[in-house]
Design a protein. Structure first.
Length: 293
């Protein structure tokens, strides 16, 4: 069986879409369909099933994906060990804020060092990143969480990342020199989507102190949240890295409030048995040895 079929199968499983897999791999969709059908005939079982518009793996498909991951990783390892190859694919799972505001300089440097490397960056939730690193879907994960994010994984703390409250320039709270938790219960918040780690930390902090959270807007995009804050629609809690430029030029104001529960660890997560390719090792060295401000 051609390994290309297993790569196609893995990509369809990652993207949950024949169309998106075809776009990523540069194939016609009919070619993707043909390869999956050939795999299904070879193994005598359906690999995918549809529920409405959702495509997901069948139980046989889940089993085959584990084996396909191992086969493809062993193949890439053999190429690098024997031919000193530094091409191939590096898959990185991370949260949206780090994908947009932290990783680009490191990815640019990595691409300069390994021009033949294909880098796949998957914005994802923290819980999904941990699961997919364990399952081998991602070579490495980068997220914000309490350290260690998962004791069963190899976690490396890169730096401490402060969560900050940002407000529009004319917000009443900007006039206060000392803000208490109770003050935050009297204003509307623009929050990230449910399941976001730092939103959950903030909600628990308010609940533990009997302070109600007033949600004006719930948005899944950090840029949209910042624009809404600048438009005077409320205040927001965000990692400082995502608002550093707006704070520096005076488009947003950081409110004078800090709490030890509103600090996160920016950390790398790896499967403890992950084979370290040259590009993966270099990426880790770049991130851990050159912290950004």
């Amino acid at each position: 069986m051609d390994l290309t079929y297993f790569r196609t199968f893995r990509e369809v499983a990652r993207r949950k879409s024949f169309t998106r897999a075809a776009e990523e791999l540069g194939y016609a969709q009919s070619s993707i369909t043909m390869q999956i059908q050939k795999l299904e005939r070879e193994y005598g079982a359906p690999l995918f099933e549809r529920y409405g518009r959702t495509l997901r793996l069948t139980p046989p498909g889940e089993s085959l994906l584990v084996i396909a991951q191992q086969l493809l990783e062993l193949y890439d390892q053999s190429k690098e060990m024997i031919a000193n190859q530094v091409s191939g694919t590096l898959t990185i799972g991370t949260i949206n804020s780090l994908a947009a505001y932290y990783l680009p300089p490191y990815l640019h440097k990595l691409k300069q060092l390994y021009p033949g490397l294909s880098i796949q960056l998957f914005p994802d939730s923290e819980s999904s990143i941990l699961t997919k690193v364990k399952d081998g879907d991602y070579d490495i994960g980068l997220l914000l969480d309490q350290y260690p994010a998962d004791p069963s994984l190899a976690c490396t703390s890169v730096r401490e990342e402060q969560l900050v409250f940002v407000a529009p320039l004319d917000h009443p709270l900007t006039e206060q020199k000392d803000i208490q938790l109770a003050d935050l219960g009297n204003t509307e918040f623009i929050v990230t989507e449910e399941g976001c780690i730092y939103r959950g930390k903030f909600e628990r902090l308010l609940k533990d102190n009997a302070v109600a959270l007033q949600i004006g807007f719930e948005l899944g995009n950090v840029e949209a949240i910042k624009q809404c804050v600048m438009s005077g629609l409320g205040i927001a809690l965000l990692p400082r890295i995502t608002v550093a430029s707006e704070l520096a030029i005076g488009k947003l104001v950081q409110l004078p409030f800090t709490h030890n529960q509103l600090t996160m660890d920016l950390q790398l997560v790896l499967h403890p048995k992950k084979w370290m390719s040259q590009p993966l090792d270099t990426f880790i060295q770049l991130v851990t040895n050159q912290p950004q401000e």
